[in-house]
Design a protein around this ligand. Structure first.
Ligand code: SF4
Length: 328
C-alpha cells in the first residue's frame, strides 16, 4: 500500500500553501480515488478542498458564476441554470449516475481524465499518457471509444465529460488561482489536444486551483439541446455527443450557431467549421448535413471506430434540428 498524507485547509490561501509537486487537490474524488486505487495516480499528499468557500451559484455580470465545489447535482437542478442554460443542465444529467453527480464537483468534472482502458490498467506498459515515452496501446488495440479528431501519434484518447461539451458551446470562462495569482482561462483553451505531451490534459499551471466557472449572458441560450449517443441509456460515456445552441432571427435564419462535440477528441471539440458554414443560412437538414460533413472532413478513424465519423455527422444534424425547434 502506498501511503499519503491528508490535510483539510479552511481557506484558499492555506490550500495553495499546502500544495507541492507531489500533492493533489481532492473534491468529490469520483475520478481521483479510482485512479489512485488503480495505481495510475500516486499523490504523496492529498489536500481536501471541500471546506473552501466555493459552493455558491450567483448571478455575475449578466450571466452566472458557479463555484468549483458546487456538486454536479446542485448545478443541474439550480433554477437559474435550468431556466437560462438548459443545455448545461441536460449535459450534466446525461453524465454518470445520481450518486456520482451528488459527489462530483464542477471543478473536478473539468479535470476528469480519459476513460481509455489502457490508461486505467497499468498491466499495459504502453501508454504515453500514464508513462510518457512508452507508446500507445490503443492505436493497435481496441479503439472503439477513441478519437477521430485532433489526435496525435502519441495518444488517441478522448475527454469523457458531458458537462464540458456544454460549457465549450457556452464559451464559459474558468477562473483559477495559484502561486502567481488569479487568472481567467477561456473554456476553449482550458483543455489540450494531446500533441507530443498527452500526459498533460489541461493548461492549468502547477499548483493552480479552479475557483469558479463563469458563464456569460447568452440571450438565446434556451434554444439549445444536448444530444448524447452511447451504448446504453444510462451510466455510459458518450460515443458521440453534441451541444447545440442557435441564435435564429424571426425569419428562421441563423445569426449564429454554437456547436460542440464530445466523445470525438482529447478535448471538447468546438465545431467552428460547421458554425461558420451555418451562419446566415436557414436551418434545414441538407444545409446542416453539409456543415457537418465539412466539420468531419479531416477526421481520422482507427480500426474499430470508423463508425464515429458518420455518427458524429448525423448527431450534429439531429441536435441542430432539435435545437431549432425550441423557443429562445
Ligand atoms: Fe494511453 Fe492515450 Fe494511448 Fe490510451 S490513447 S493508451 S491514454 S496514450
Amino acid at each position: 500500500m502506498r501511503q499519503f498524507t491528508y490535510t483539510c485547509p479552511k481557506t484558499i490561501e492555506e490550500a495553495l500553501k499546502a500544495h507541492t509537486s507531489e500533492a493533489a487537490f481532492i473534491g468529490g474524488g469520483t475520478n481521483l480515488v479510482d485512479l489512485m486505487k488503480m495505481g495510475v495516480e500516486r499523490p504523496a499528499r492529498l489536500i481536501n478542498i471541500n471546506r473552501l468557500p466555493l459552493t455558491s451559484i450567483e448571478e455575475h455580470e449578466g450571466g452566472v458564476r458557479v463555484g468549483a465545489l458546487v456538486s454536479n447535482s446542485d448545478a443541474a437542478a439550480h433554477a437559474f441554470i435550468r431556466e437560462r442554460y438548459p443545455v448545461l443542465s441536460e449535459a450534466i444529467l446525461a453524465g454518470a449516475s445520481q450518486q456520482l453527480r451528488n459527489m462530483a464537483t464542477m471543478g473536478g468534472n473539468l479535470l476528469q481524465r480519459t476513460r481509455c482502458y489502457y490508461f486505467y490498467d497499468p498491466s499495459y506498459k504502453e501508454c504515453n499518457k500514464r508513462t510518457p515515452g512508452t507508446g500507445c496501446a490503443a492505436k493497435q488495440g481496441f479503439n472503439r471509444i477513441h478519437a477521430i479528431l485532433g489526435a496525435s501519434e502519441a495518444c488517441i484518447a478522448v475527454h469523457p465529460s458531458d458537462m464540458c461539451v456544454a460549457l465549450s458551446a457556452l464559451d464559459a470562462v474558468v477562473q483559477v488561482t495559484g502561486p502567481k495569482g488569479d487568472r481567467s482561462i477561456p473554456f476553449r483553451e482550458f483543455h489540450r489536444l494531446p500533441g507530443s505531451m498527452p500526459q498533460i490534459d489541461t493548461n492549468l499551471r502547477p499548483g493552480e486551483l479552479i475557483t469558479y466557472i463563469d458563464i456569460p449572458p447568452i440571450t438565446y441560450a434556451r434554444r439549445s439541446t444536448y444530444l448524447k449517443v452511447r451504448d446504453r441509456n444510462s451510466y455510459a460515456f458518450a460515443l458521440v455527443s453534441v451541444a447545440a445552441i442557435l441564435d435564429l432571427d424571426s425569419g428562421g435564419t441563423l445569426r449564429q450557431a454554437r456547436i460542440a462535440l464530445g466523445g470525438v477528441a482529447h478535448k471538447p471539440w468546438r465545431a467552428t467549421k460547421a458554425e461558420g458554414l451555418l451562419a446566415g443560412k436557414k436551418v434545414n437538414e441538407r444545409i446542416v448535413r453539409e456543415a457537418a460533413e465539412a466539420e468531419l472532413a479531416n477526421a481520422k478513424a482507427y480500426r474499430h471506430n470508423s463508425f464515429k465519423v458518420e455518427l458524429a455527422q448525423r448527431s450534429i444534424v439531429r441536435a441542430v434540428i432539435a435545437a431549432g425547434e425550441k423557443n429562445a
